[in-house]
Design a protein around this ligand. Structure first.
Ligand code: EPS
Length: 362
């Protein structure tokens, strides 16, 4: 299978299947001298993990990272960094029927059509388990971006089904299992997700990510645009069906006089562009948004076909999330951080001598 590598100078290759012995990644091009310890992966991996709340899949994985190479005496050496996480809670019997049937809404049918062979256990390579390694690689990217530029990449869930936050508070986001910025809505969210789970169905979600502190100048026109690479990176996350940068699709109903972000030496008057102009960062916060489809693994029977082309009814057994978007915030943050570190290194390589040019809008 090709296209398992992402990024040009800071490149991440992931490998592994959901029910295989382990998943892992190799990061090539990480700048040397970055202090990193295995424990530093813990926070973000726990934020993404299954089984950490009653509202997600109850698969219990330790998600302990083993650093196999590229780090010596606690610092990156500039050589390939190999990270490994062993899978410990596979329950492949849940997938016994799937070997001969295609689950509607899943990648079973398309993997089969492409490769003529597939690992049905837990969805194999198409499982969201792969996102563990994106988050792990993102930990290095976030740390480097913070240390070198003071960049902070953070996200939150901006919609679950019909529900949207009524107020916004960053400090609320990490205090609930929904990554929700309005703590007063917890009872409503809990009963919404509980009812959804009981009904056997699932729902979609929107996740917003903001990167603050990105300096102007990152992004390569024409084919390496910062927004183009963000779109590609974010769309590569399992279940993502839509990506917006800045105002995104809302721009369709806006006037040019409204959408443009006017400038003065006091700053930009607005940020409809999402911090990117002509594919290059403007120095404003970079904002992106993703939409994740409702989880395809649901208890409501759905029509499909067997390998023999016979009609079949599929009920997905196992431990699934009623809303995969609820765990997607750290994954989206990681993908944004990975795009940014790659573009930072590319900018440094070509334009490192340019330095800051006047005028610079604060
Ligand atoms: C997933 C299906 C479930 C989830 C899994 C993603 O797998 P299983 O049936 O093996 O429990 O638990 O999520 C993870 C294991 C994870 O680490 O995110 C799917 O179909 O994508």
């Amino acid at each position: 299978m090709s296209s398992n590598t992402f990024g040009k100078l800071f490149s991440v290759t992931t490998f592994g299947e959901s029910h295989g012995p382990a998943i892992g990644c190799v990061i090539d091009g990480c700048p040397p001298g970055l202090a990193i310890a295995a424990e530093e992966f813990r926070t973000d991996l726990d934020r993404r993990a299954t089984g950490r709340s009653r509202y997600t899949s109850q698969r219990h994985e330790a998600d302990d990272v083993e650093i196999l190479s590229g780090v010596y005496e606690g610092k990156t050496t500039g050589t390939p960094i190999a990270l490994l996480i062993r899978n410990v809670d596979q329950r492949s019997k849940d997938y016994g029927d799937i070997a001969s049937t295609f689950r509607p809404g899943h990648a079973d049918y398309t993997y089969w059509q492409k490769y003529g062979i597939r690992d049905p256990r837990g969805g194999g390579r198409s499982s969201a388990r792969e996102t563990t390694m994106r988050v792990a690689a993102g930990v290095l990217a976030k740390k480097w971006l913070d240390e070198h530029f003071g960049i902070r990449v953070r996200g939150y869930v901006a919609q679950i089904g019909e529900l949207t936050p009524e107020t916004f508070d960053w400090s609320a986001v990490e205090q609930n299992p929904f990554f929700w910025p309005d703590s007063a809505q917890m009872p409503a969210l809990e009963s919404y997700v509980n009812a959804l789970r009981k009904s056997g169905d699932s729902v979609g979600a929107r996740v917003n990510v903001v990167a603050e502190g990105v300096p102007p100048g990152w992004g390569e026109p024409i084919y390496g645009k910062l927004d183009g690479e963000l779109a590609s990176a974010l769309m590569s996350i399992n279940a993502v069906k839509g990506v917006e940068v800045g105002d995104g699709f809302a721009a369709v109903a806006q006037r040019g006089s409204q959408h443009r972000d006017e400038m003065s030496m006091e700053g930009f008057a607005s940020n409809h562009a999402g911090g990117i102009l002509g594919g290059i960062s403007s120095g404003q916060p970079v904002t992106a948004s993703i939409v994740l489809k409702p989880t395809s693994s649901i208890l409501i029977p759905g029509r499909s076909v067997t390998l023999a082309g016979e009609p079949a009814e599929v009920v997905t057994k196992g431990r699934h999330d009623p809303c995969v978007g609820m765990r997607a915030t750290p994954i989206a943050e990681a993908m944004v951080a990975l795009v940014l570190i790659d573009q930072a290194l590319r900018h440094r390589a070509q334009c490192g001598d340019v330095g800051a040019v006047a005028p610079r809008i604060p």
